[in-house]
Design a protein around this ligand. Structure first.
Ligand code: NOJ
Length: 593
């Protein structure tokens, strides 16, 4: 982040909004709940679990793409925005889902994937059919570059997010098309007014059905530098280079976002934008400041890229320290708060490994404690918390013993294929990659939800082969057990979300300040609104330790939540200059003058 933060605002200047006060539960339909025993999750399955979601205390359900799709990228390759994939159900099922959410006082957020479509979308089929097609300019087509030997090359050196060149040559018309993701995901050309109109129509269609807003997929990529220049070489070992500076937060982004924002405003709905590669904070602010009418909140990536190697090399080992994580949070917390923006808070989603394995390395018996600590730290930050399916029960990454045949995700599989091609005999490189897949592959988030200790974790029928294997931990980690157990992580999440609402001024509208910055074992911060100050302290280790409270002016301490016991039981333990924190313990207190 480049610019320095503005002075802290007085609390009275804070803009209030329902979506700031809300929390969100994310559903990835293929793996949520299968209602018809075909081994794939579906919308009726989601409807059957709406009470479970409501009881967690969330306000919004985010449904990942469920539209018609060849599923090359699990629905992020849409072939028809107006129908639902057969395996998930029908438009009528989505209408029932919307109604089911509304009846329970929750809203439904849809996924809007409009940087690209599937190559099976009618628009693309027509676009590629001829240079004269009226759909030709709906996508990004460019002629080849021909070198001095007469050899054909892509129009520039950009790398695709899923490996290789971001351009694909199309023989019949002799031009390349741009695909920032898979070859089967051609990028739409937002320069075309007809494309923008088509997107606006889709937005209205789902809002008219009662959807309450959109999560917008890589929405800051929709405006590209029309010169499509070569990217500077960053990674010397790579053939293709990241062209993000030419397509992330491009020249016409704000105009395009306002086009959608105007529609969302009419319906009093909201949006959350996925915005990778944001470096210029002014650009972020223009997209997300509450009075800009563009996006209400954004997902940024610094804290989830924390274990990647340089140059976006996710599948190479990277290392990090707690102070790195704290400093990412500190910057974004202060920046958004002081400038009228808003954070979407997340540890997990369908693209990230499980937080309990990424951010802590707890022994088996301490995993529930670690999950509670992560819940506390995340949800009491400034922003709207997002919980990804299974996170509320502490689901873990896939087992290290799993072979490559268990992995299904294009991101990971393309990397593996590339490696086998490039280094077929380098068993050490292959071994390292396998280890990194187990740590960071998107497959980690995509195993079916573990509903019970029954076969297949209750996700689908006992004799059905689910589309992706259930993580064998299901007998130990499952929703049925946790719903029964008042001390479970599931119920703890509900307590945190309840606390956030009970002290809305502090935890939603309060100013964030990091405490004890250099401590590598404890993450502590305050949330202050007027004269009311709340303090969150988390032990990030698997050991009991003593925290020196002199880092913070304390006054009277009132415990309002603790991960090990009730607030009243914990009260006696938190006074004086040294606080004893149990392994992964988090405690939330109010500090009274
Ligand atoms: C971001 C989505 O979260 C991810 O799952 C998808 O593969 C890419 N965008 C492309 O749509």
């Amino acid at each position: 982040m480049s610019s320095s933060p503005a002075p802290v605002k007085p609390s009275s200047d804070i803009h209030r909004a329902w979506w700031k006060e809300s929390s969100v539960y994310q559903i990835w339909p293929a793996s949520f709940k299968d209602s018809n025993d075909d081994g794939i999750g579906d919308i009726p399955g989601i409807i059957s679990k709406l009470d479970y979601i409501r009881d967690l205390g969330v306000d919004i359900v985010w449904l990942c793409p469920s539209y018609k799709s060849p599923q090359v990228d699990m629905g992020y390759d849409i072939s028809d925005y107006y129908s639902i994939a057969d395996e998930y159900g029908t438009v009528a099922d989505v209408e029932k889902l919307i109604q089911g959410c509304h009846e329970r006082g929750m809203k439904l957020l849809m996924d809007l994937v409009v940087n690209h479509t599937s190559d099976q979308h009618e628009w693309f089929k027509r676009s590629r059919s001829s240079k004269d097609s009226e759909f030709r300019d709906w996508y990004v087509w460019r002629p080849p570059r021909i070198d001095e030997n007469g050899t054909r090359h892509p129009p520039n050196n950009w790398v695709s997010h899923f490996q290789g060149s971001a351009w694909e040559f199309d023989e019949p018309t002799g031009e390349y098309y741009l695909h920032l993701y898979a070859t089967e995901q051609p990028d739409l050309n937002w320069e075309s007014p007809a494309v923008r109109k088509a997107v606006h129509d889709i937005v209205r269609f789902w809002l008219d059905k009662g959807a309450n807003g959109f999560r917008m997929d890589v929405i800051n990529f929709i405006s590209k530098d029309q010169a499509f220049p070569d990217a500077p070489e960053q990674d010397k070992d790579a053939v293709w280079q990241w062209g993000d500076r030419y397509y992330a937060n491009g020249p016409r982004l704000h105009e395009y976002l306002q086009g959608i924002g105007n529609i969302l405003k009419e319906y009093d709905t909201f949006s959350v934008g996925e915005m990778p590669f944001v470096k210029d904070t002014n650009e972020v602010l223009k997209a997300v400041r509450y009075d800009r009418n563009e996006i209400n909140m954004i997902f940024n990536f610094e804290h989830v890229d924390i274990d990647h190697a340089p140059y976006g090399n996710k599948f190479k080992p990277g290392s990090w320290k707690l102070t790195d994580l704290k400093s990412f949070f500190e910057r974004w917390q202060a920046f958004m708060y002081n400038n009228g923006g808003w954070n979407a808070l997340y540890w997990e989603n369908h693209d990230q490994p499980r937080s309990i394995d990424r951010y802590v390395n707890a022994p088996q018996e301490l995993r529930p404690a670690a999950g509670k600590m992560l819940a506390t730290v995340l949800a009491l930050h400034s922003g709207s918390p997002f919980i990804y399916q299974g996170q509320e029960i502490g689901m873990g990454n896939v087992p290290i013993e799993w072979g490559m045949e268990e992995y299904k995700d294009i991101d990971c599989l393309n990397h593996w294929q590339g490696l086998l091609k490039e280094k077929p005999f380098d068993t050490e490189a292959q071994q390292i990659s396998r280890q990194e897949y187990q740590k960071k592959s998107r497959d980690n988030a995509r195993t079916p939800v573990q509903w019970s200790a029954e076969p297949n974790g209750g996700f689908t029928g006992p004799d059905v082969k689910p589309w992706m294997s259930v993580n064998p931990e299901y007998s130990r980690v499952n929703a049925a057990d946790q719903v029964q157990d008042p001390n479970s992580l599931y119920h703890y999440w509900a307590s945190v979300l309840k606390l956030r609402k009970a002290y809305l001024d502090n935890f939603v509208y309060g100013n964030y300040e990091l405490v004890d910055r250099d401590n590598q074992e404890v993450y502590a911060y305050t949330r202050t609104y007027g004269t009311s100050k709340a303090l969150v302290v988390a032990n990030w280790t698997d050991r009991q330790l003593s925290w020196d409270t002199t880092a913070q002016k304390m006054g009277n301490v009132k415990v309002v939540l603790d991960t090990y016991e009730s607030a009243s039981a914990a009260q006696g333990r938190f006074s004086g200059c040294q606080w004893t924190l149990r392994p992964y313990e988090a405690v939330v207190t109010l500090l009274e003058e």
